[in-house]
Ligand binder design. Structure first.
Ligand code: ATP
Ligand code: MG
Ligand code: MG
Ligand code: MG
Length: 570
């Protein structure tokens, strides 16, 4: 590719709505252009990356026996009514009508359509197992689309669906997909972790998320560095007892009437603004004398953060134990989830109120006769281990065992595999005839990868203050050739073109920047765009028989002779 035959448009401006680095860098490098909240055009650079990710995903899916199809974006509402998701999915499901007044949805996922296909196509045990997938546009009317491609409304997903005769066979299909996902994310060159995930309302027995490790990730992963244990914090904290029902509006209406939630009461005392939510996590803290206190860790947020997750993270960091159900009942006079009437409360310790927008900004205030407060400096008074005793965190999880420590890191959910059982197949009558000729319901699994989110996640994980550092497998170009003095020097042109032609002939995805811009400008543009290898051809170097090769991820460049360049790269 010659740069003059491509479209490049970089900028130094950071758009005001770009909060995270991937969004900023994608805008600045000209990869995406916004049309509405969460709706973007993939400009040429981004489309190249997207296609490379898709190619890796497709290759591994095909290698693991999945079969590609292409299902429609616009899907009839009837199917969604049959599975009851027409109502259950809520406002994330975008609904539309055609000219005859018939209802349709823009697919957020495709269980309904694929199960309907299988109900019609598959009749006999001989046709099973089968796994159909597609890579197709999805639409989810996210409450708050943000972070560019990370949480878009229209985005690209690979979704696969396996169909099996029975649960044992379905779990085998699940494992095949799980292994394919390991290969996919390794092949993409990303640092990731597969974690146990909550099966939620679907209630199946198995689910894993694939999380790209990045400080900016919205998810929290708890893992044991000494074993295989890794889980999404929701699951790791399943035994944790949470009270998270107060909203500020409710708080105003209900405080200080009898029966008000403790959390709401404290929110009122702190004078938290109406725009904020207040949530609390119940912990048990041991003081210097070994005495236990039951604590309410209050976290306030603004509807955009997961206060409970932050509360848990803070508690983890400080090595707090989870409160047991008995602790909660004893101290709050009611079951977890609702902290009971105020009158019945025993003295408790309020650890802190925390403004989530700023992790280190602890504020605490107010006082209540029967409540002991640990104030602003609670973090300083307590030890600050970043790992918690494993027994405190996941007591009762047989997968972990008794000993060890747990670490926490942030992750971005890029993939999710799920055993579904017969949730969709029974409602949509996807059955087959078994060897005895008897009809049986098909067992399903579903497997998603956020292809466009992967692109953003890769940037969150791989960047520096100059720009993106693409992992080679998904880089928009593998090599950029930067001639210094393209318009002036015949020798530079000849040498640059020779390298360009040779790399191209070797199947390297190379771009030659023949725009004749100043070297400083040209270099910083390519550093921003993040091409992994830059080859600089200049008159001065050529005099000494030298061409400079700079890897984007390294600080030092190497000086090579023209003949060495090709073998260095290929
Ligand atoms: P999240 O928890 O981030 O909302 P999800 O659990 O709702 O994601 P799934 O239903 O598991 O998402 O969909 C499969 C994959 O699709 C996710 O693992 C993620 O990579 C991707 N994905 C989901 N929502 C979005 C979105 N709004 N923008 C981009 N990718 C998304
Ligand atoms: Mg979601
Ligand atoms: Mg999720
Ligand atoms: Mg998910």
């Amino acid at each position: 590719m010659l740069a003059t035959h491509f479209h490049l448009n970089t900028s130094k401006e950071v758009p005001a709505d770009a909060e995270v680095i991937s969004h900023q860098l994608m805008m600045r490098s000209g990869m995406i252009r916004k049309h509405a909240g969460g709706i973007y055009t993939y400009m040429p650079l981004a489309l190249k990356v997207l296609r490379k990710i898709e190619h890796i995903v497709r290759t591994e899916m095909n290698n693991s026996g999945a079969i590609e199809i292409l299902m429609p974006v616009v899907q009839p509402a009837e199917l969604w009514m049959q599975t009851e998701r027409w109502d259950a999915y809520g406002p994330e499901l975008l609904r539309l009508k055609d000219r005859h007044g018939r209802d349709f949805v823009l697919q957020p996922t495709s269980e309904e359509v694929v199960t309907d296909i299988v109900a019609n196509e598959i009749h006999s045990w001989r046709q099973l197992p089968v796994n159909f997938y597609h890579i197709q546009t999805k639409f989810r009317d996210e409450r708050r689309p943000r972070f560019g491609l990370m949480r878009g409304r229209e985005f690209m997903m690979k979704d696969a669906y396996s169909f099996d005769r029975d649960e044992a066979s379905a779990l085998k299909s699940y494992d095949i997909m799980f292994n394919a996902y390991q290969r996919i994310f390794s092949a993409l060159g990303l640092k990731f972790r597969a974690v146990n995930a909550d099966t939620g309302s679907i209630g199946g027995s198995r689910s894993h998320e694939f999380q790209v490790i990045a400080d900016t990730g919205e998810d929290l992963i708890v893992y044991n560095p000494d074993s295989d244990y890794a889980a999404n914090i929701e699951l790791a904290q399943a035994p944790c007892l949470i009270a998270e029902r107060a909203t500020p509006t409710q708080a105003l209406e209900r405080v200080p009437t009898p029966g008000a939630n403790k959390c709401e009461l404290v929110a009122e005392q702190l004078g938290l603004p109406l725009t904020q939510t207040v949530k609390s996590v119940v912990y048990r803290v041991t003081d210097a004398e070994g005495k236990h206190h039951i604590c309410l860790l209050l976290v306030r947020g603004d509807h955009e953060v997961n206060e409970v997750k932050i509360g848990k993270l803070e508690a983890f960091k400080h090595g707090f134990e989870l409160a047991s159900e008995e602790d909660i009942i004893e101290h709050f006079g009611s079951k977890p989830g609702f902290l009971g009437p105020v009158q019945t409360l025993k003295p408790i310790t309020i650890i802190a109120d925390k403004t989530v927008a700023n992790m280190s900004d602890f504020v605490c205030g107010g006082n209540q006769e029967d409540t002991h407060w640990i104030g602003v400096n609670w973090g300083r008074d307590l030890p600050e281990p970043i790992v918690a005793d494993i027994r405190n965190v996941v007591a009762g999880d047989p997968a972990i065992g008794e000993e060890g420590t747990l670490a926490i890191e942030h992750g971005i959910e890029v993939g999710h595999v799920f055993f579904l059982g017969d949730k969709y197949s029974s409602k949509l009558k996807a059955t087959y005839l078994n060897e005895q000729g008897k009809p049986e319901v098909i067992q399903m699994g579903c497997y998603g990868i956020g292809v466009s989110r992967v692109m953003a996640a890769a940037i969150e994980q791989n960047h520096d203050d100059r720009g993106i550092i693409w992992p080679m497998p998904m880089a928009p170009f593998e090599v950029v050739i930067c001639p210094i003095g393209w318009g002036k020097s015949e020798e530079v042109r000849t040498q640059a073109l020779a390298i360009y032609e040779h790399l191209k002939s070797q199947g390297i995805d190379v771009i030659l920047d023949n725009r004749d811009t100043r070297p400083g400008v040209m270099f910083s543009e390519w550093e921003l765009i993040g091409v992994p290898i830059r080859v600089t051809v200049g008159e001065r170097g050529l005099k000494d028989g030298i061409i400079e090769v700079q890897e984007r991820s390294k600080t030092e460049s190497v000086k090579l002779s023209p003949s060495e360049v090709n073998s260095y790269i290929i």
